[in-house]
Design a protein around this ligand. Structure first.
Ligand SMILES: Cc1cc2nc3c(=O)[nH]c(=O)nc-3n(C[C@H](O)[C@H](O)[C@H](O)COP(=O)(O)O)c2cc1C
Length: 436
């Protein structure tokens, strides 16, 4: 069984770790420069990663304390983010194999412009584009796009379903051979092979066709990360890659079985969907060295409020209104419900206060930190795959731009020696790597 690898990035000062920018090995302002991203992407391509992907949100955090002051002053996950798509356009020029994924919201985009963006990226990268489909959860985003409040949880997914239908119709509106380019006959395109889509629906009316010929993958690889029941149904219908955050093997297995079990309902095979679970590796030549690296990162969390600011943004709840030294309240949230259920479970199981949750969240949302030598980490990963906890991993860094180096230089060769990971890219497109 081959392991699939993705890298988690934000085009800003954080990753899952919200203290990453304070790490002595980080370049805090690097995220505004192209060479920073080029360095990261080239390292990941050296490590034969299937893809890198940028998470995204469309607002600075305004939930915690009711305005932007806290998040901006301390640098929470939403303090600064470049638009990931132009970053990927630039990375297409300095890489040649790795998949390039960006997050775009179905609530705050239109299918026609989004279909163009990803079709363009797919052409310019020769078939490496991926779209992380999100429905957007927080009030700050609604406030930036003229909505009085965010759409209801299930309504967001209803709109997203129709959005995906329209986007796929647009990507299919040019048959693969429709662009003829026969200069001697003066035949540019075969109009019979280009079709309007004439979509009339509840949320969208789109005539089409797209003004871009069929791209190498025929449309980007679809990524999704919803973890509520409605979110998992959406993923089972559309996604080719699903990201999960699960802290332990039993939870990974439940998520994996649940998601794959939904595939048949949408006429798909379980293997059509690759489930990648997030991990934050700390790799050393010895266990002590690895432990030291983890301690160095986690010591940067001197204040639980950075994590609570991000938690407020994720859950669309102002946690400044709750006592820090008490367990987390049993709230119903409209934000990331799957992740919030996990927060509540962990809080109960480990008797964590809101301040403890804040520190945990700041260290890496709820992504498990995996510490050890390359062999230890490869053992841990191999076991997750063998026990059907995941098809692969989303690797999240503790510092940047060099935070993937240990993994690529030490763990990847170990996985390759064990025959669990590709020695080189096979196939021409991101979709072909995922299917191998
Ligand atoms: C691992 C993970 C990564 C996510 N990344 C993003 C993101 O980059 N941007 C965003 O707006 N939402 C992101 N989300 C939110 C989901 O796309 C989804 O909107 C949210 O989880 C609410 O859906 P749910 O209630 O089904 O979980 C992420 C969620 C998870 C679990």
């Amino acid at each position: 069984m081959q392991i699939h690898l993705a890298a988690f990035l934000i085009a800003g000062n954080a990753a899952h770790s919200q203290v990453l920018w304070r790490h002595p090995q980080s370049q805090p302002g690097g995220f505004l420069k192209l060479d920073y991203y080029a360095r990261i992407a080239q390292t990941l391509e050296r490590g034969k990663f299937d893809l890198l992907f940028f998470a995204d949100r469309l607002a600075v955090s305004t939930r915690y304390g009711g305005d932007h002051r806290y998040g901006v002053a301390h640098g929470d996950q939403d303090a600064t983010r470049l638009d990931p798509l132009p970053v990927l356009g630039a990375l297409a020029a300095v890489t040649s194999h790795i998949g390039l994924g960006a997050t775009r919201s179905t609530t705050y985009s239109q299918p026609y412009s989004l279909a163009r963006e990803f079709s363009t990226l797919d052409h310019l990268s020769s078939g490496r584009a991926a779209w992380n489909v999100v429905t957007s959860v927080n009030q700050g985003e609604a406030d930036n796009f003229g909505l009085r409040e965010t759409l209801g949880h299930d309504e967001r997914y209803d709109r997203a379903d129709e959005f995906l239908e329209v986007a796929h119709k647009l990507w299919g509106s040019w048959a693969p051979d429709a662009l003829q380019l026969d200069a001697s006959k003066g035949q540019y395109g075969d109009a019979d092979q280009v079709n309007a889509i004439a979509h009339q629906g509840r949320h969208f009316n789109v005539q089409g066709p797209l003004n871009i010929p069929a791209s190498p993958q025929g449309g980007p690889v679809i990524i999704q990360a919803g973890s509520s029941h409605r979110g998992q149904d959406f993923a089972a219908r559309w996604a080719e890659v699903v990201f999960g955050i699960q802290p332990d093997l039993p939870r990974m297995q439940r998520f994996y079985q649940d998601l794959k079990g939904r595939a048949a309902k949408f006429g798909r095979a379980p293997t059509d969907i690759k489930v990648l679970t997030a991990m934050m590796p700390f790799v050393g030549n010895t266990l002590d060295e690895a432990e030291e690296k983890r301690a160095q990162h986690n010591a940067l969390i001197d204040d639980p409020l950075v994590g609570l600011s991000t938690l407020s943004s994720h859950m669309n709840v102002d946690f400044s209104a709750y006592p820090l030294d008490a367990p987390i309240e049993d709230l119903q949230v409209a934000g990331m419900q799957g992740l919030f259920s996990l927060v509540k479970e962990l809080s109960k199981e480990q008797k964590l206060t809101l301040a403890d949750i804040g520190r945990l969240y700041a260290s890496g949302v709820l992504v498990p930190q995996i510490v050890g030598t390359a062999a230890d980490i490869a053992d841990w990963m191999g076991n997750i795959i063998a026990q059907q906890g995941a098809d692969g991993f989303v690797i999240t860094p503790a510092h940047l731009p060099d935070g993937f180096d240990d993994f690529v230089d030490l763990v990847v060769p170990e996985l390759q020696r064990r025959g669990q990971f590709r020695l080189d890219y096979e196939g021409d497109t991101l979709r072909s790597y995922l299917q191998s």
